[in-house]
Design a protein around this ligand. Sequence first.
Ligand SMILES: Cc1ncc(COP(=O)(O)O)c(C=O)c1O
Length: 380
Amino acid sequence: MTHGFETLAIHAGQEPDPATGAVVPPIFQTSTYAQDAVGSPRQGYEYSRTANPTRDALQECLAALEGGRRALAFASGLAAEDTLLRTICRPGDHVVIPDDAYGGTYRLFARVAQRWGLDWTPASIHNVDSVRAAITDRTKIVWLETPTNPLLGIADIAALAQLAHDRGALLVVDNTFASPYLQQPLHLGADLVVHSTTKYIGGHSDVVGGALVGTDEELMQELAYHQNAMGAIAGPFDAWLTLRGIKTLGVRMDRHCDNAERVVEFLQRHKAVGQVLYPGLPEHHGHEIAAKQMKRFGGMVSFRAAGGEEAAVEICNRAKLFVLGESLGGVESLIEHPGRMTHASAAGSPLEVPGDLVRLSVGIETIDDLLADLEQALAR
Ligand SMILES: Cc1ncc(COP(=O)(O)O)c(C=O)c1O
């Protein structure tokens, strides 16, 4: 029997514990497991870097939510990305990356993987021709974020999957901003989904984690081999916290979207605000594609301050209920200045973000309180 998204979020991988009947999967805070005889582990578990029942529960749930065959949970989103890169690529290979991506992802390519011998080209991923022009005979991966962090750019997953496959490359989609509730890239032809589960999936700003989800058994086995060989796993307590957060992903995402829509409406009418960036706006360059591939448009909103960079910084400093901080996707609203915070590592690169940009992670608080806080932060 197939189940709906919210049912899977609560039950996939989370059968009552066979030993005790506990409804919530226990935190198996153990590094190792007893063996009945040499080479005969009792339940198949030998050592927790290789496998742990709490991590298994999370992995099963993530695979179900993304419509994948298998998922792997990591210590952070970047740990997942690093493991993916070094599983699929060899020195001399090439990757196409978005010219508007999370600053830490850019840093991983530009400052770590490049030194190790990986070549990369930034492309405007909302333009299929720009991606086509960036692909070479050495391209192993076309890497997408959609929506992108922090400019909320949209890429056509189905069209780019086709393009990547025609050129013998894999399509990887960072689905952190949308979450599987709003968008399921594997169903649109992507080969792998990457998550910073730190964000909407965990949802409560209390845990850092990452995940890879895919459908190809052989590729997932290769990745699992590297997950164990490289060791950047999610610990049992982190896996448990993430699993607890996941249960409410659907209801949280709907409220994030409701509140973000109201915030967008408010910002569009405010004279201290220049352009509002939100894929739900009909004038957004990627609106039609977003409407096709996403259920709703998400809880992330960016805008340009009409008064320029210093005005943007001041707005961030004046906000109170919107907590000034990095990260996103938690129940509480956050505000930040990408140019000086999350994307500072992209300064001077093709991925540098505009100085007048403010990014909001719209939380699930009472909407009138959020609008009142923005009103006072935008007032001169
Ligand atoms: C879109 C996106 N991908 C990946 C990451 C990296 O994840 P983590 O911070 O969990 O390593 C982030 C972090 O902000 C992100 O926003």
